[in-house]
Design a protein around this ligand. Structure first.
Ligand SMILES: [Zn+2]
Length: 378
């Protein structure tokens, strides 16, 4: 592979306007951390790609349809054995080309930076609207009704813009802690239509962008941002009844939790108990979600936040804090509940049901972010 790293002397072809300089040709761009503290990465090119040493400006050609290993080494970055200083940019040769990293396709420019202790951060720079194509394909199914996809496009655009922060090294991460983004592989014509037909539209409340949270299914009532994370609540994130998601497959859940796991959990919470005698919901918020549980034990009662139990059991298995029943069963307790996710903002299953009933994306957004206006960015 060494022969294919050719030095291009500085016959500087002007980089595309969407290069890693913060702004795209049209509309805002966004910086997505697609890996953090990664020891190395395997890059596959589907076309010619330039690796540019940002400090010197020198560009190196990576040939098309080739595989390269990129590693952190000695404070710099090694590309196919060639030592470059940090950071480097990977620039595809025109807008149509793709870079494949770890199985995902990326259309934007990539910045790779040494992040201490022989690790790399990888950040993609791309126009916001291109990023949204990628988000919609994984955060909502590409097969869902168009009006639901349009509502998701506006919510995701607003959420992304709210997180743009030039003072940080990147704007958003690509995992479930923000919005899932795996590059541009799952794009279809409906997604392109949903993003393009709502281009630039965002949710604002009193002139400010709303942090447009969303989740899979609310279970009948969305949650207040205050009870979910203790953040100051504004009207669009206060929580509303949702009559639309009750036929969703994720509307109800049940989960068996072994008594031993519950005991370990309350011991971590400071209890000296050796046996749990009963468990019940102790406090609820306005939406009906459990805030705390009360454990009756051989050493008295212990109250614990349900969000901590959910984290301890697993947020995937323990689908929500909207607990409707806790029953003692052999060897543990059976929890039953409704919904999936934190419950704040738009209920995606409800959005889907509304779209199937013929409601527009604006109606959907007004249902889940009441009081917010749908307006053009800027
Ligand atoms: Zn719902």
């Amino acid at each position: 592979m060494k022969r294919i790293l050719a030095l291009l002397l500085l016959l500087y072809c002007a980089p595309r306007a969407r290069a890693a300089d913060g702004r795209a040709e049209e509309g805002p761009s966004i910086r997505v951390a697609i890996a953090r503290n990664s020891p190395s990465l395997k890059l596959k090119t589907s076309s010619r790609v330039y690796a540019q040493d940002v400090k010197t400006g020198q560009k190196y050609l990576l040939l098309e349809r080739s595989a390269y290993e990129i590693k952190a080494s000695a404070g710099g970055i090694s590309v196919a054995g060639q030592q470059l200083s940090s950071p480097i940019k990977l620039l595809s040769s025109d807008g149509q080309e793709r870079i494949r990293l770890g199985g995902n396709l990326y259309k934007g420019d990539i910045l790779i930076r040494a992040s201490g202790a022989d690790k790399l951060d990888i950040i993609e720079y791309l126009p916001l609207e291109d990023y949204l194509y990628g988000v919609l394909g994984v955060e909502m199914s590409p097969d869902w009704p168009l009006e639901a996809l349009k509502a998701q496009a506006v919510a995701s655009r607003t959420y992304a813009l709210k997180n743009i922060n030039p003072a940080r090294d990147y704007d958003v991460t690509d995992g479930v802690e923000m919005q899932v983004y795996n590059g541009t592989a799952r794009i279809n014509s409906r997604i392109i239509d949903a993003v393009n037909s709502t281009r630039g539209e965002v949710l604002k409340y009193k002139g400010k962008l709303v942090t447009a949270f969303f989740h899979a299914c609310c279970g009948g009532h969305t949650a207040s941002v205050k009870s979910a994370w203790g953040e100051d609540v504004i009207k669009p994130l206060y929580g509303v009844p949702d009559p639309f998601c009750s036929r969703a497959s994720h509307y109800r859940w049940e989960l068996f939790v072994p008594a031993g796991d519950l005991l370990k959990f309350i011991q971590k919470q400071g209890s000296t108990a050796l046996k749990i005698k009963a468990v019940r919901v102790y406090r609820k918020d306005r939406s009906g979600r459990a805030v705390s549980l009360r454990f009756t034990t051989d050493r008295g009662v212990k109250d614990a936040p349900v969000t901590e139990l959910r984290k301890s059991v697993g947020n995937y298995e323990f689908r929500s804090t909207l607990i409707t029943r806790i029953s003692p069963v052999r060897g543990g307790y059976e929890f039953a509940g409704r919904g999936w996710g934190h419950g704040v903002g738009m209920c995606q299953e409800g959005a889907k049901a509304m779209a199937e009933k013929g409601r527009t994306y604006k109606k959907i957004l007004h249902q889940y972010y009441p009081g917010a206006s749908i307006t053009d960015y800027d």
